[in-house]
Every structure is written in structure tokens, then in C-alpha cells.
Design a protein around this ligand. Structure first.
Ligand code: GLA
Length: 363
């Protein structure tokens, strides 16, 4: 039987926190680990999914897909199948095995990696022709409808469209994606705090609503349309919490633009400062950090060889991203693991996204 394999990596958010659904700017990258799907068409209407890591199976009928009836981990796959059906894309029954070397719930978006791998797998198996942005949108919509997180497009785009040795710039209004070379003298360390974040339906969606309330109060469509100066001038018109949420977003957008320039000029010191400022704003304005992440960032700040560190992704637990001088990985990993019991570090370079990876690994 005609077997197909697909792979999509996890991502890390370098700068630009919660800016994506505010139509703002993001700097991200793909990590060198991800999710692999291997399987074949079953010739009937049955979907059989086996997760090797969880050692669990889910078997469902293609014509009766419902998020509430299936194990939560399988919703990322079945949500994509559901989107294929809603978009009248070709899809039939199949059997698939998932393997992953990406830690779950560690802020590396194992979810987008699984969604994107599913989009690629189904496209190969049943012959759908999708452009990269359509793929990203299908993954995102699967997460909205089947998982219940109203995420932006950062994770899906970074996992699909990143390029090795580069940071990926995303303008979340125009969906323009670019690549800025990351100085060859850097490494990335993802420090997983071990604190599980539960984005599903919870604080993530509340932050999104706060941002929408701020945009409404300011009379703009999205916070992308406001600057920090404009916001400060109208502080008295906004409830305090809403004001601080908005301040995080306008500040993040400005930091991403400045940070992209700093990277283009090889100014890693300035870029690192912007990362620390971003974390401080998460901690104080957006309140999506936690004591463990704050401690990891404070430790990084005092560790030689670290340019910058901040929480990466949704927050409320998960991981910090540390941009460091290449060659100092062991020292920094040692400092971070000594600072917090249970922390685990992953050293990565900016890797190829799923599309570049597929192009260099033809089936
Ligand atoms: C999660 C979401 C993304 C983005 C980040 C925060 O990873 O899935 O869309 O909003 O949080 O920047």
C-alpha cells in the first residue's frame, strides 16, 4: 500500500508576544525537532491514529467527527481532517502513526507541529494542492474549532515557513513572511520550566478578549494600529488592566521592528536587551509569566554568554528562549538547570520549517 510520511517542526517565538492575533509583528524560528506522521489510505471511511509516545489509539468514522468524542491529543489531527472536509478538499479513511521528539507543553508548539504535519500528510496522501498560507490557516482553524484555542498564525507559519540559520519575520496583517540571517555565532536554548501551561479555553482567550477590548476603546480595528505614545496619551480612557494589556502589545510590536533591524546589523547586544524588556512586559503588563519563568530569565540575565532571554509562546508556564553566544551552551545549560529543579534544556539552532525540510528530503 502507498505509504506517506510528513514532518513538521516545533517553533520558538524569538520576539513578539501575543502580537499575532493583534495583526502585529513577530520574530520566530523553527526548532530542530518535531512531529512525524507515517501512514496510508485505508480504502474505507475509518481513521485509525496511533501515538507511539502515548501508546494510545483513536479510531473514528470520517463521517462522524466530533471533538468532544475523542481523546484531546487526537483533536489536532482530527481538527485538520474536519477542515479538509469543510473546504471540500480530498480526504478519505487512513491509518497513521505519530512519532515526536518534541516535548509536549513546553512552549514549542507541539500542537502546530502536529497540525502542520497532518496537513502535509493528508495533502500528499489524497492529492490536495494548497499554498503555504492556506496550509497555515487550515492548521489554525483546526485549533480554533476542535481544540478551542483562538490562536493567531505565529506557530503555524513559523513551523511551516522558517529557514535554517534565519529568524522568520511575520507581518500578521499582510501575512508577509521574511527571513533575517541569525548571526552564525549564536545558539538557542529552550529552557522548559516544567510548569504545564493549559492554554485550552482559559487565560489565553481572556488575553485575546482584553486586547480586543483595548482596540475597541481606542477606536482602532486592532492594536497593530496604535503606538505606545498614542496609548499613553489616552491612558485615562482605559481601565487599568486593559491599558496594561495594550501596552504590552504596542511595546512588543515596536520591539520586533527594532529587533529585526538590530539583527540585520548584527547588534546582538541590543537584540538581547529587547528580549529582556519583552519578558519584563509579559511579567508586569500582560501577566502571562509565572515565578518559575521569571526566575529562569533572571538567572539568564546574570549568566555570561547570554544575549537575552524571555518567555516564549502563550505563557502561564512553558519555556523561556535564550539567545546565547555559540560555544557557551554547556555553561548556560548548567546555570539554568541549577537555578530551578525540574528544568530541562534543549539546545537548538534555527532549523528549516516543514516546507524547506520537505524540499531537502524528497520522499
Ligand atoms: C501561542 C499561540 C500563538 C501566539 C503565542 C503568543 O503560541 O498559539 O498564536 O499568540 O501563543 O505570542
Amino acid at each position: 500500500m502507498n505509504s506517506q510520511t510528513s514532518y513538521a517542526p516545533g517553533r520558538a517565538e524569538l520576539l513578539g508576544n501575543h502580537t499575532d492575533y493583534n495583526e502585529g509583528y513577530v520574530l520566530a524560528l523553527a526548532v530542530d525537532r518535531g512531529t512525524t506522521l507515517t501512514g496510508q489510505a485505508s480504502g474505507d471511511r475509518t481513521i485509525r491514529i496511533h501515538s507511539r509516545e502515548l501508546n494510545q489509539d483513536v479510531v473514528v468514522d470520517l463521517d462522524h467527527l466530533a471533538a468532544e468524542n475523542v481523546a484531546p491529543w487526537s483533536r489536532y489531527i482530527l481538527g485538520v481532517v474536519d477542515q479538509f472536509r469543510r473546504h471540500d478538499l480530498p480526504v478519505e479513511g487512513f491509518s497513521v502513526e505519530i512519532t515526536s521528539n518534541l516535548p509536549l507543553g513546553a512552549g514549542l508548539s507541539s500542537s502546530a507541529s502536529l497540525e502542520n504535519a497532518t496537513v502535509l500528510f493528508l495533502s500528499k496522501l489524497f492529492g490536495a494542492k494548497l499554498d503555504p498560507m492556506q496550509m497555515a490557516r487550515i492548521s489554525q482553524k483546526a485549533e480554533h474549532d476542535f481544540v478551542g484555542v483562538r490562536c493567531g498564525l505565529l506557530d503555524q507559519i513559523a513551523s511551516l515557513m522558517s529557514t535554517a540559520h534565519h529568524a522568520t519575520t511575520i507581518d500578521c496583517r499582510t501575512n508577509e513572511v521574511g527571513h533575517v540571517p541569525l548571526d552564525g555565532k549564536t545558539s538557542i536554548i529552550i529552557a522548559n520550566s516544567g510548569v504545564k501551561h493549559a492554554l485550552v479555553g482559559g487565560e489565553y482567550n481572556e488575553r485575546r478578549s482584553d486586547c480586543e477590548a483595548a482596540a475597541h476603546a481606542l477606536g482602532v480595528r486592532f492594536l497593530r494600529d496604535a503606538t505606545t505614545d498614542q496609548l499613553k496619551a489616552r491612558q485615562s480612557e482605559l481601565a487599568e488592566r486593559i491599558y496594561h494589556r495594550a501596552l504590552h502589545i504596542t511595546g512588543e510590536n515596536e520591539r520586533v521592528l527594532e529587533g529585526s533591524d538590530a539583527l540585520r546589523h548584527g547588534d546582538l547586544a541590543r537584540f538581547g536587551q529587547l528580549m529582556f524588556e519583552s519578558h519584563e512586559s509579559s511579567r508586569f503588563n500582560f501577566e502571562n509569566s509565572c515565578p518559575e519563568l521569571d526566575h529562569l530569565v533572571a538567572t539568564a540575565r546574570q549568566t555570561p554568554g547570554v544575549y537575552g532571554a524571555r518567555l516564549s509562546g502563550g505563557g502561564f508556564g512553558g519555556a523561556t528562549i535564550n539567545l546565547i553566544e555559540k560555544g557557551r551552551e554547556d555553561e548556560v545549560v548548567h546555570a539554568l538547570t541549577a537555578a530551578l529543579p525540574g528544568v530541562s534544556c534543549l539546545v537548538t539552532e534555527a532549523a528549516d520549517g516543514a516546507l524547506a525540510y520537505a524540499a531537502s528530503h524528497p520522499a
